[in-house]
Structure formats: C-alpha cells, structure tokens
Design a protein around this ligand. Structure first.
Ligand SMILES: [Zn+2]
Length: 268
C-alpha cells in the first residue's frame, strides 16, 4: 500500500519544480497576510497537506513555523481553572463587512475599529473566517463549524477568539448573509446592514473560555497567537452549516501536541 508520504517522496522533484515556479511567479512572502499564501501552494490533504507544511518551508522559509512546538489547533481535554481570568474586554462597535472567498475559507473583513483589550494593549479585529468542521475539540467533542476572530496589536501579536457552532436554531446573523456568500473565485460581497461582531459570541449559559498560547492554524503557522475559545457553542441551522460546507473545502488542520503548554479556563 502506498502512503501519502511515499507518494510525496516519489514525486518530490516534480513538486520542487512546481513550487519554485509558483514562488517565482508569486513573488515574496507577505508576512502580515498569511491567508494570501504567496509563498506557495498548501492544501488540507495530499502532497501539500498539513503533515508537509513544514517541509514546504524550502524555498519559503516562513513555513518552517509549522514544525514548531507551540502549534494550533489542539485537543482541549482538560484545563486549569484560573480565577484571575475575567470576561473578555471587548470594545466592539457596529460595522459593515466585506465577504471574500479566499479559497481555503470564507473571510469577513470588518471596516470599523473593533478592539479586544488584553494586557494593557489594544488588539484590533481585522477579520473573521470559518472552518468546517471545527479545528479545536472540547472535551473530545468536534463541532460542525468553528469561527476565528483574528485580532492584531501594533507589534503584530495576535489574539484569536474562537466560537464553536452546533446544529440547532437558525443563526440570525448568518441568515442576513447566507444568500450572498461568494462562490470560489466569485466576487466579494459587501454587507448592507451594520452589525456588532460580538452577536456571534455565546452569552449563555456563560461566556467562559479556554485560553492557551499557540499559532495560526494555516501557513505560515506563526506562533504569536493567544487563543480564547468560548467553552459553550452557539447554534446555526443545518441548512446554514451545509451552505458553508458546500462552499469551502474541508479546512480543519489536525491537532498539534500540547508540548507542555497549559490550557486555562475561566470561571466567570
Ligand atoms: Zn482560522
């Protein structure tokens, strides 16, 4: 039986030529927009799949982060209760959004200044995007979707708030945009109704969250992310979830080892 790894090795020279061609055509890496992935092709399976992302570091050296010791996502099977963790200090306002199909995900870029205050610093929300099924699992449970709200401070450090979606009642925000999600390669859509991004966050039965130090879950896999993963999921209808799954490839990276990191959980 031929494994994926053997296939990758047997087609290695071809891959190298292809990657060099792509890199020459695409130009240099663009560090502040890892979703653009100008460093070369990557996928969620096969020869450019997650187990090879670190190997794709040659010739695009940034991808070497994917072999790091503090990678994401992880399986959250237990956590240390930390009474010092307070409710997330959100300073959000209403905004319009530009929805773009990025190939590997559907991304909602926000216009206005939405800030998460953390450790005396402002982390500004730049975009949120969808994964199906979830990347993190909570107590062994995978969810139908996971949404990542990516915040960046003025040093380039990131804070990502993550929300799990389970099957249930239709989500009111998704209902406003579901008919206008771009197809792969389709034109972006700009919303006509302003909204507060925190409408997607759970408030019941609590706004408790897990937190741990990790990485981006796509190349370049940079390890400068403080993760905040709400413990309780929100709901979306089966039709809403299936619409996202129809439009996106399976886009959940396999779990990385914890490697001695501590996961803490709030007790709000
Ligand atoms: Zn993500």
């Amino acid at each position: 039986m031929t494994t994926k790894l053997q296939l990758f090795k047997s087609f290695g020279p071809f891959n190298l030529v292809l990657m060099l061609a792509v890199v020459i055509l695409a130009g240099s890496c663009k560090k502040d927009e890892p979703d653009v992935h100008l460093c070369g092709p990557w996928e969620y399976e096969g020869e450019f799949g997650p187990e090879h992302w670190g190997e794709l570091a040659d010739p695009c050296e940034e991808y070497v982060h994917c072999n790091g010791m503090a990678q994401s996502p992880i399986a959250i099977d237990g956590a240390t209760v930390d009474d010092n963790l307070t409710a997330l200090d959100l300073h959000y306002t209403t905004t319009n959004t530009h929805i773009t199909h990025k190939g590997h995900t559907i991304e909602f870029e926000v216009e206005e200044n939405n800030v998460l205050k953390l450790g005396g610093k402002d982390y500004e929300l730049s975009q949120f995007h969808f994964h199906a099924q979830s990347e993190h699992t909570l107590q062994g449970v995978p969810y139908h979707m996971e949404v990542h709200f990516v915040h960046v401070n003025d040093l380039g450090d990131r804070a990502v708030i993550s929300v799990m979606f389970k099957d249930g009642a239709a989500n009111a925000f998704l209902a406003q945009v579901i008919g206008n999600l771009p197809n792969p390669g389709g034109a972006p859509y700009t919303s006509t109704t302003r909204f507060d991004p925190s409408v997607l966050f759970p408030t019941t039965p609590s706004a408790d969250y897990f937190t741990y130090p990790g990485s981006l879950t796509t190349p370049n896999c940079e390890e400068n992310v403080t993760w905040f993963i709400y413990q309780h999921p929100v709901e979306a209808s089966t039709a809403q979830i299936l619409r996202f799954r129809d439009l996106m490839p399976r886009n959940n990276r396999p779990h990385a080892p914890l490697n001695g990191r501590t996961v803490r959980v709030s007790d709000l």
